[in-house]
Ligand binder design. Structure first.
Ligand code: PLP
Length: 422
């Protein structure tokens, strides 16, 4: 897939006059078109709902755009629940899919009326003790073990993953939950991450639909929804083909009609918890080349670092880079594009063929709209950048200001010495 920025050099120059680099920029138009396409792809299922995985891009302005298309929030922690609550996403518009869950998070999720998705069999008792009962609507996360046959760098080996219950535990969980008062059930699994194939969801759907039909038969549980979770990927590399969400939706529909309808389960709602697919391509990290260094290799030093985007350092992930204004120049230089951390893995690209880069050039690092900004940290005392939204009308809105030293030192509030910081 050809990688083209959703912003021009002229626009970037103008934006940078108000908001210095580095910054994250999101594309409202792209987010809307994609959310609409997803909704249409699953329109065959009347109960369909996307619960956006808040952890991917926890920005209330962006989540509010998705809400225009009926999306709820998939939360995994206390602060993500708080964020959902703060913007008015409540009750069954929240899916709480967490693991290793602290008691206070279950308590808060229950207070908000969120749908709780249990990661483990032992969480039944833990939840009951924490909130004094079992909610009438409850979901369980399934892990069939073994290997899920779609190869992928991040997660393709359920037998090796910490999430979910075994099949035996799942069946026991449903029985115990029913005894304890649960009336409406959901089933969830997340078996592979960043899948760039239209086959993943239909394959996962078959596993879940068959299991749900068995569960219904053996336990009599009233299964209301099946949650296909996240995992639909995006083409980070130019040689990858983008998923076609219509083909994916149609693939799931076929399996639904083949497995669920004959089992008398033709009214089950399909839920998704997509993160990367919803936002990944519609955000980029904009940085400027500030140094060049010629030693044993050729280095370009930019003003962003792994604090702004950790995926290359953490997973060796590829993010395409466009040198703005030089799109048509030959790729006749080989660079390591680095940040300033005192960590040799602080590189956005290694041995990347690029056009000649000059100091002051704008670099657009593509596909950082999900699991990008959110993974940021503060190593070397580096601060998080601003997040900006490129509106459909071409204007730019600040949707999160850049951190200041005061934010960095905020937790030292007992120390007078820092009180005059700005
Ligand atoms: C991370 C996560 C998601 C979103 O995953 P993507 O790969 O961004 O689609 C959804 N559900 C759960 C439980 C997750 O942990």
């Amino acid at each position: 897939m050809k990688k083209e920025p959703f912003v021009t050099l002229e626009q970037l120059k103008e934006i940078a006059e108000t908001y210095p680099t580095p910054f994250y920029l999101y594309d409202e138009k792209g987010i809307r078109e994609n959310a609409k396409a997803l909704k249409e792809a699953f329109a065959w299922n009347p109960g369909y709902k996307e619960y956006f995985a808040v952890k991917a891009t926890p920005n209330p302005f962006l989540i509010n755009i998705l809400r225009d298309y009926g999306c709820g929030c998939d939360c995994s922690s206390m602060t993500e629940l708080m964020l959902a609550d703060a913007i008015g996403v409540r009750g069954e518009d929240i899916m709480f899919s967490s693991n290793d869950t602290p008691a206070e998070e279950f308590a808060y999720a229950a207070r908000l009326g969120a749908v709780i998705n249990l990661d483990d069999y032992t969480h039944i008792e833990f939840l009951e003790q924490t909130i004094g009962k079992i909610p009438e609507t409850i979901s369980c996360r399934y892990n069939p073990g073994g290997i899920f046959q779609i190869s992928n760098d991040i997660m393709d080996n359920p037998g090796d993953s910490k999430y979910g219950m075994t099949k035996e535990q799942l069946f026991d969980a449903y029985r115990v939950l029913m005894k304890k008062g649960a009336k409406r059930f959901g089933l969830h699994a997340f078996l592979a991450s960043n899948t760039v194939t239209n086959e993943y969801y239909p394959m996962l759907a078959r596993v879940l639909f068959e299991t749900a039909a068995e569960l219904k038969k053996e336990t009599g549980a009233d299964i209301r929804f099946i949650n296909l979770s996240g995992g639909i990927g995006i083409p980070y590399r130019p040689d990858q083909e983008a998923n076609d969400i219509r083909v994916i939706g149609e693939g799931v529909r076929k399996v639904y009609e083949e497995v669920l309808v004959p089992a008398g389960m033709g009214n089950v709602a399909i839920y998704t918890e997509l993160g990367r697919f919803m936002m990944g391509p519609y955000g980029c990290l904009v940085t400027k080349a500030i140094h060049e260094k010629h030693t044993h290799k050729e280095y370009i030093g930019c003003d962003a670092c792994a604090v702004n985007l950790m995926r290359p350092a953490m997973y060796g992930a590829y993010h395409h880079i466009t040198v703005m204004g030089k799109e048509d120049e030959p790729l006749d230089h080989v660079y390591d594009v680095t940040g300033s951390l005192c960590e040799n893995n602080d590189k956005f690209a290694i041995d990347r063929k690029l056009p000649r880069i000059d100091k002051g050039d704008f670099l657009v690092i593509h596909d950082t709209g999900a699991h990008g900004f959110a993974m940021g940290y503060n190593y070397n005392g580096k601060l998080k950048s601003a997040e900006l939204l490129l509106r459909e009308d071409g204007s730019v809105q600040l949707i999160r200001r850049a951190e200041t030293p005061k934010d960095y030192f905020a937790a030292f509030d007992c120390f007078d010495i820092l009180k005059d910081l700005v």
